[in-house]
Design a protein around this ligand. Sequence first.
Ligand SMILES: C[S@@+](CC[C@H](N)C(=O)[O-])C[C@H]1O[C@@H](n2cnc3c(N)ncnc32)[C@H](O)[C@@H]1O
Length: 246
Amino acid sequence: MNSYGEFALLYDDLMDDFDYVAWSEYIQNILIRNGFGKTSILEMACGTGNLTKELLRLGHTVDGFDLSHEMLAIANNKLSSYKSKRLFNMDMKEFKMDRKYQAVVSACDSINYILDEASLKRTFSSVFQHLEEGGIFVFDINSEYKLKEILGNNIFIEDRDDVFYTWENQFDIGTGICDFYLTFFISDNGTDYRRFDEHHREKSYDVETVKSLLSEAGFSETCVYNAFGFEDITNESERINFVAKK
Ligand SMILES: C[S@@+](CC[C@H](N)C(=O)[O-])C[C@H]1O[C@@H](n2cnc3c(N)ncnc32)[C@H](O)[C@@H]1O
């Protein structure tokens, strides 16, 4: 069972409660606070290109990559009018670009898809190598609290006109990994439904571990915020935003 295969076709519809305009404005705010104007950005795990589109609209130069061909195909259609953008099929754990950037961005808990500390450190080192001096790395994670207490060991069900899906989650305290078993029933006519399944895995990382891995990768300074603002995190923060400086 793969992840972001056939689900890619439903992703944008099922993410309709995510405000990517507001998300891009938050990132824009972070860029401005760090002294950047129109910025060269590499977006890791860009998915279907929702944030990519908003960052391009704000006038930034954006290259993106993702592991899923299906997600990239949708991004490619969505971004066809932006001739300057480039999209690649690559893995965050071992990516290589032909240039450096002023900012690397990764949104919507994509970093939690990296399932061990050694791989996370390798990813952070690659990001560091792809940043210009003074460049920043902006990313968010689902907090341990959210994966363990809200999503983990819970079942979610959504019933829409043409898609019914269930989301059964198991959080393993030993590994800190949350397994998401998604089952979709989709219909073209509202009568006949076809089933497909996906298995996603996200690992929870505590903030101190992430900060020390960033520091080991070479980053000089890391700020941590409760997304989508600039306040400190609390024990019940669900999405944690990091800004690491080269
Ligand atoms: C929750 S989605 C977020 C997509 C996009 N960033 C957004 O904001 O909508 C997670 C994305 O991470 C991608 N992904 C997971 N593991 C990856 C990896 N090792 N390298 C690159 N992309 C990865 C998935 O294919 C998926 O598109």
